[in-house]
Design a protein around this ligand. Sequence first.
Ligand code: ZN
Length: 197
Amino acid sequence: MSAHKMMKYCCYCGAELCLQQIAGDIQPRLWCGQCQHVHYQNPTIMVAAFLYCGDKLFWTQRGIEPCKGKWAFPAGFVECGESLQQAAARELEEETGIQIKPSAMIPMSISSIIPIDQAYMVFRSACDTELLAQTTEETLDYGWFSRADAPWDKMAHEDSKPLVEQVYSAIENNDFFIRIGKMDLTGNCHQCYSLKP
Ligand SMILES: [Zn+2]
């Protein structure tokens, strides 16, 4: 577990937490001696929506920190009470005003980002036309870019460049895949599984 997520006090009763081995568990857990609550700490899930039209991908320019002014894709954290697909559709709509049915969000990439304890799930959705979007507080601008025109040198998350390049290859060749793997301190390690029979 990353140190930055280590909780110090119980969020229910305020007592100081300690690490305690729970019977049958594989590792010590943060435990409150006062109210006996075990505070499990698990990765948070982030979702992203990659819209495409022909060989173009829909990019957004971030309106908020971190990376304000840089280019990325609509994304955010899954809320309790919604599915992964609903979260992707909601984030897309919040950031751009574009409405896509959750069921049209097709899984494309599943990454474990180990150093920050996040799982990152990317969905794709095909569009018949280059949809118009709204700019919002979160989104300064947007664009439908082919690989040649994409704002590669102004990407918010350089780490996701290999993914975005693979997504371009998929839409250019109409050859889609499910990509799964991890990013950790040793680098970026993913495997692509073609969806072609
Ligand atoms: Zn407590």
